[in-house]
Design a protein around this ligand. Structure first.
Ligand SMILES: [Zn+2]
Ligand SMILES: [Zn+2]
Length: 118
């Protein structure tokens, strides 16, 4: 892995935040000021393709990147766009998916986060 890619991967792996490419770019540049925006975007694509991180497509907002690769539901703040993991008990979907060959899911619940509620 190149130094640039390792840096980007480390930023995502180090925290549970679901950051946008721009946020990752800002953090990466504080460590490697010469880093170009295109390099960050390109390396994020490679990391997703290699299955090291997950890309979370958002409606009407930039995609976010997730260090947790197993499928899990998300909470999305309607005001600030912050994305957090929603802990779902193991097996909760089983009664709904019995007999289906489910290969994955993308579940988002929208709310107003505690910070935005004031
Ligand atoms: Zn919020
Ligand atoms: Zn997540």
């Amino acid at each position: 892995m190149t130094r640039q890619r390792q840096l980007i991967y480390n930023i995502i792996r180090a925290a549970p935040e679901h950051r946008t490419a721009e946020e990752i770019y800002d953090l990466a540049r504080s460590e490697m000021p010469s880093l170009a925006r295109g390099t960050v975007y390109r390396n994020l694509g490679v990391l997703v393709r290699d299955g090291r991180i997950r890309k979370l497509e958002m409606a009407d907002a930039p995609a976010r990147y997730d260090r947790e690769r197993r499928p899990h539901p998300h909470l999305v703040c309607e005001k600030c766009g912050r994305v957090t993991d929603l802990i779902m008990p193991e097996g909760l979907l089983d009664p709904l998916t019995a007999g289906l060959a489910v290969t994955g899911y993308d579940l988002k619940l929208y709310h107003v986060c505690p910070a935005c509620r004031g």
